[in-house]
Ligand binder design. Sequence first.
Ligand SMILES: [Zn+2]
Length: 99
Amino acid sequence: MSGLQWDFTVRDVRGVGRVAYVLPVVSEQLAPQLLEAVVCRRLAALEGRCPCGATVTLPNRAERRRAVREGRTLTTTVEHEPDCPASDDRLAALARDSR
Ligand SMILES: [Zn+2]
């Protein structure tokens, strides 16, 4: 998703462990719709809930423990509402259109 800058943050999350986030950066340089999408995306990832109501889905405990034992990285998913600007497709389109 070009047109965006990305940052990398690691946080300790209770019950999960260390979590790495790669998220688009909030900037006043962004077009208003793209800015809204970025803010929603960050809220979903960092707070666990998007304004559209979507929540972060973690892999189950067994998968998380197995990943730690094997040194693998797990990913989470967020199923945004179809009209949510933070969904992968909408965010990519907004970034593409803002170039
Ligand atoms: Zn959403």
